[in-house]
Design a binder for this molecule. Structure first.
Ligand code: 13P
Ligand code: SF4
Length: 310
């Protein structure tokens, strides 16, 4: 790409020309968040994908999110700037193993976190996101037997909050499982007024220290509404861009991971760049496509979630 090209301007032009909409997750790089038509958490993004009247959805996020958009808007063209933008959590749950696991619990209802592939969603009864997981579990009768997948940390947190016993698939996210309890404790000591806020994909021992636990939207709202000035943030660092924009005078400290060489960036989310977004809109590639049969099967548990969350 010509380095003198103003990508913001070019993307705006292409968007109008093609009646395209850019949906971006909070974990995308700041430039992508700034050019997006809608920025949100997984629930907000799927609601937006279901109702948009654009002809093209450019999904600045990871593959399972673009798949969900395609499932909800099968007649639209759904583009993902980098097809290799996967998800370590979704990868922990391959369909063949999950199918065998499910066979062991034939009388259970399967609640599946949206961070899963379309094949896995097609094997599930109802989808949830971190924003509505508690609400979805509570929408089922108290004695309902539940399998929850693929995130065991979110599952354990929801089980505790709802006081339900759930069978958990043992998956986890590579970004949220690396936070250091020891380093966070030291950081809290050095910043005694800071609120420690965490995403429920974090491990239980980290969540126990948290002043607030919530989805990315929940965490953002908490920092906006809180009277505190300092926050230690245990989730992917992309969300800090929105926190800082909404509260320019507050301080946001990324929670430290165990390995000092690591950072809180999700390598999958960060595969998307402004350059790739421009190229993808220009050439309308790469496109996410799913079979009619898979769309028919996977749309049911997603629609069930959207009906409950409406
Ligand atoms: P939410 O934005 O729904 O909280 O999800 C976080 C996440 O891990 C997305 O990959
Ligand atoms: Fe998947 Fe974790 Fe990256 Fe979210 S942050 S896309 S759950 S690997």
């Amino acid at each position: 790409i010509d380095p003198t090209l103003d990508l913001f301007e070019e993307i705006e032009k292409l968007k109008k020309e093609k009646n395209a909409v850019i949906l971006a997750h909070y974990y995308q790089e700041p430039d992508i968040q700034d050019i997006a038509d809608y920025i949100g958490d997984s629930l907000g993004l799927s609601q937006e994908a279901a109702k948009t009247d654009a002809d093209i959805i450019v999904f600045a996020g990871v593959h399972f999110m673009a798949e969900t958009a395609k499932i909800l808007s099968p007649n639209k063209k759904v583009l993902l700037p980098d097809l290799k933008a996967g998800c370590s959590l979704a990868d922990t749950c391959p369909p063949d193993l999950f199918s065998k696991f499910k066979e062991k619990y034939p009388d259970h209802t399967v609640i599946m976190y949206v961070n899963s592939t379309a094949d896995i969603k097609a094997m599930s009864d109802i989808v949830c996101t971190s924003t509505n997981a508690v609400q979805i579990v509570e929408s089922l009768p108290k004695d309902e037997k539940i399998i929850f997948g693929p995130d065991k940390n979110l599952g354990a947190w929801v089980a505790k909050k709802t006081k339900r016993d759930m069978v958990l698939w043992p998956g986890s996210c590579m970004v949220h499982e690396i936070f250091s309890l020891e380093k966070i404790t030291k950081l809290k000591n050095r910043h005694p007024n800071a609120k420690f806020i965490a995403h429920p994909e974090c491990e239980d021992h980290v969540l126990k220290l948290a002043d607030y636990i919530g989805s990315t939207t929940g965490l953002l709202k908490y920092t906006i509404n809180s009277l505190e000035q300092e926050f230690i943030v245990a989730t992917e660092s992309g969300i800090i861009h929105q926190m800082q924009k909404a509260s320019p005078h507050k301080t946001f400290i990324p929670a430290p991971p165990t390995n000092s060489c690591a950072c809180n960036d999700c390598p999958h989310m960060k595969r998307n760049t402004l350059e790739k977004l421009y190229l993808c809109l220009k050439y309308e590639l790469p496109e996410v496509n799913l079979s009619k049969e898979l769309i028919e099967k996977s749309v049911k548990p997603i629609k069930r979630m959207l009906d409950i969350s409406a």
